[in-house]
Design a binder for this molecule. Structure first.
Ligand SMILES: C[S@@+](CC[C@H](N)C(=O)[O-])C[C@H]1O[C@@H](n2cnc3c(N)ncnc32)[C@H](O)[C@@H]1O
Length: 377
């Protein structure tokens, strides 16, 4: 039996739903440093890395992350109040560090407005991106939009500070990653265009109060260590022959925006010499020895992944665990920490062939500061 009261209750419920639906959309998530796919990202190991440093290192105020990649490791130290030096050979990463780690003043309202305008734009004309990358890594529509937005950022150059420009480009690069028809890098795209998501730029989440005194570089790490000094130097080199400049050529291309000729099925820039890393070649052990011998710090912390054996294949490691320990041994005593062991002592899970390892060296041997070139810190 339905009574008037039932009808009133039902009406109230329906009205409530309608009210909720018509509420303004809850503010969209902001862009966060970790919102990207990156080969070898240590995002899942951040607590392990921090615990090892917290338990075993004292007097660490400055941390140099000299193969920074996404920058998530430096970011973890930053949230502990450490001063950061961050570096990567890739320009796309360098721009993202300006977004996350710089304290250069930014007109946030202006940035938000521009990002909203970029998202609203509809592009029907072809451009560099759609001609070369339409219906490959991106839908034609997304490729046109990426090309248009990147060109617009360039045209706005004179009205933007360097960090403001870096923020817009970073937001675009992260949005590209979300919409890309790939498994997370640009060595290849899927034959079937299965990511048709519309590209959408997000405004980054800023933590500028933590950024005082941070320093950002785009250098070959081996050159950089000759001129910097930090309490702890964190090292996370590429560990096999896969060049990051090849895997992320498209992000470099858009970051630099020189519109180079591209080649092959993967449409890579022809000239990638500047971003080739010795750590992906047989020179890795020599480069590592040179790097370690020039570090000026109290601690050196090295990430290593023992999944691949040293060998000649593409996925094989270019440097062995023994070589790392021996080289670090020239600078001080070395302790080893093993994530697999720490995380799986219950015996429930077996991941024998996949261990993330940290080597921590307390520096007490070798040249600490040869007093040559003026050190930056
Ligand atoms: C394993 S990744 C680092 C990942 C990073 N720890 C993270 O969590 O995102 C290695 C990085 O080293 C950079 N790289 C390679 N050779 C370099 C060199 N000689 N100097 C500076 N950076 C280099 C690559 O571009 C890549 O971003």
């Amino acid at each position: 039996m339905w009574t008037k009261q039932h009808m009133n209750d039902i009406n109230n419920t329906i009205n409530k739903r309608e009210e909720q639906l018509s509420l303004p959309v809850v503010e969209e998530a902001k862009l966060n440093i970790k919102n990207r796919r990156y080969l070898g990202s240590k995002y899942k190991m951040l607590e392990f890395i921090w615990e090892v440093v917290k338990e075993n290192c004292s007097d660490v105020e400055t941390v140099a992350d000299i193969f920074g990649g996404t920058g998530v490791v430096a970011d973890r130290f930053r949230t502990e109040g450490k001063k950061i030096l961050i570096n990567d050979i890739l320009y796309s990463n360098y721009l993202s560090y300006w977004t996350w780690f710089s304290d250069e003043k930014v007109d946030y309202k202006k940035i938000e407005k521009m990002i909203n305008e970029f998202n609203a734009v509809e592009v029907t004309e072809d451009n560099y991106m759609s001609i070369h990358f339409g219906d490959t890594y991106f839908t034609m529509e997304n490729a046109r939009k990426i090309g248009f937005i990147r060109q617009r950022i360039e045209e706005l150059n004179d009205s933007l500070g360097f960090r403001e420009k870096a923020i817009l480009i970073t937001s675009l690069l992260y949005a590209m990653d979300k919409a890309a028809n790939t498994v997370g890098h640009y060595d290849a795209y899927r034959r079937k265009l299965d990511s048709t998501k519309q590209i959408k730029l997000l405004v980054p989440e800023y933590k500028d109060t933590l950024n005082t005194g941070n320093i950002i570089f785009q250098e070959d790490a081996n050159q950089l260590v000759r001129v910097i000094k930090a309490d702890l130097v964190y090292i996370d080199t590429p560990y096999n022959s896969r060049q990051y400049g090849d895997a992320y050529h498209l992000l470099e291309n858009v970051a630099e925006w020189k519109k180079p000729t591209v080649t092959g099925v993967a449409k890579k820039m022809i000239d990638r010499l500047q971003i080739k890393s010795d750590y992906c070649t047989a020179k890795a052990p020599t480069a590592f020895a040179d790097l370690i011998s020039h570090i000026d710090s109290i601690y050196i912390l090295v990430s290593f992944n023992n999944m691949a054996q040293k060998g000649v294949g593409r996925s094989n490691a270019k440097i062995s665990a023994e070589e790392i320990i021996e080289t670090l041994g020239t600078r001080g005593d070395v302790k080893t920490f093993d994530l697999a062991f720490n995380a799986f002592t219950t015996g429930k899970t077996k991941i024998d062939d996949h261990k993330e390892i940290l080597y921590l060296c307390k520096v007490n041997r070798g040249i600490q500061n040869d007093g040559t070139k003026g050190k930056i810190l």
